[in-house]
Design a binder for this molecule. Sequence first.
Ligand code: AHR
Length: 504
Amino acid sequence: ETVKVEATLKADKAGPVINRNIYGQFVEHLGRGVYEGIWVGKDSPIPNTRGIRNDVVAALKHIKVPVVRWPGGCFADDYHWRDGVGPERKPTINSNWNRQIEPNSFGTHEFMDFLSQIDAQPFVSVNVGSGSVKDAQSWMQYMTAEPTTPPGAERARNGQQTPWSVPYVGIGNETWGCGGQMRADDYAYEFRKYAAYVKSSSGKRPFLIAVGPDTDDYAWTETLMKEAAWWRPAATPMMYNIDRPIMDGLSLHFYTLPSNTWQNKGVATQFGEDQWISTMKRALFMDELITKNSAIMDKYDPQKKVALIVDEWGTWYDGGPGGLYQENTLRDALVAAVTLNIFHDHAERVKMANIAQMINVLQAMILTDKDKMILTPTYHVFEMYKVHQDATRIPVNYTAPVYRYGEAEVPMISVSASRDKAGKIHVSVANLDPNRAIALDLILTGVKAKTVTGRTLTAPATDSHNTFTAPNTVTPKPATGVKLKGDTLTANLPAKSVSVFELQ
Ligand code: AHR
């Protein structure tokens, strides 16, 4: 069965720029996310550059990762940066994640080296839960000071002469939970204090990201915006730019659990259509979360100076062999596509997002098995969608038909479009229905397109996935049935698929 959908692209109406950081990643010392996933050590038989595996670097460069959040997650509030610098590393216990031994062989220098290899920016989360303002301040100085100063000289002795730039800093992680079990007003107080001292050694304040709500805890957002977004009125204008908020970003954490309960989240593969649709429904909840949080932020920040930073998102399933490793199927690709389209819709407020997590953990881009590496369906969505990075959003009007299963229903289609700096228009479309194709008529207004090309990601089953023996089961293919008929782009969107079209 094929359902007809008509949509209109309004190319003469430009929206905001889709910040490339929406395509950010998150990596934590958890399971095999860092060790094996990134770091194999200089003496490993796995091909590496200064201990960082080459296959992973090449794959990540290809999707243009703009920014990486590190070292956690819950691990961030358990992390003492000095354990991970210098010739003698101090092994510790990772108290959040299976009490794994943390060798600290991957520390600040290795993280920065990794970022320079993939050409991404750092987003460092400092320790609030078990750390101190002084630790955070000295870490910032260590990273950013000139080598002529004591902290910079120490860094230089450890191998890095030039100061690093640290543009994004998170003040703790989930301080309402693993990061210190704080109440909102306790954390608002901590945030202000840290914000006064966490700066680069030149005095420049990085983009400071406060811990925001867990899912729909709107009261947390309200308190943080009220108590911690702005400088106190008494702040000396000479010392602070009081037009710039004290908080540049407020984070939001939201995970897609098929069943919406932590006790019994749902499985990663071999699920029924009930879990397919419930996963889609939960993923689409991101729109409501952003809308409601933005409305609260608008009250205290009508000029939208404080960004909403969705610095943990993605699917989370039951089981797996530990370390939050999970299979990644075509369903995850759909979750990624609809979520990224939602971020585009909210580009005025959402300026960064970091999918959890980059390698071997939760909704990963990459899975490794010792020397082997595979790219997941989610990776392919990030690769297809990279054309939207820093492009200008263009509105698309459409009424989505409904896809139903049992009592549940969701819109069948999700569409987003943007124009890049070279003038090319890209349209990303997800068909959420696992049974019915869509015959799309996209009427183009405000633009005369000459050619259209496209790629589609789909697979035979809802849980089709790539494995180490069959790594190319779910990969993008040239789109079929896409053409320009006058001012209309017509395309066939297979059931359960993600497509990206390019118009020139
Ligand atoms: O991503 C896994 C964990 O989920 C993170 O450590 C924590 O911040 C969140 O609860």
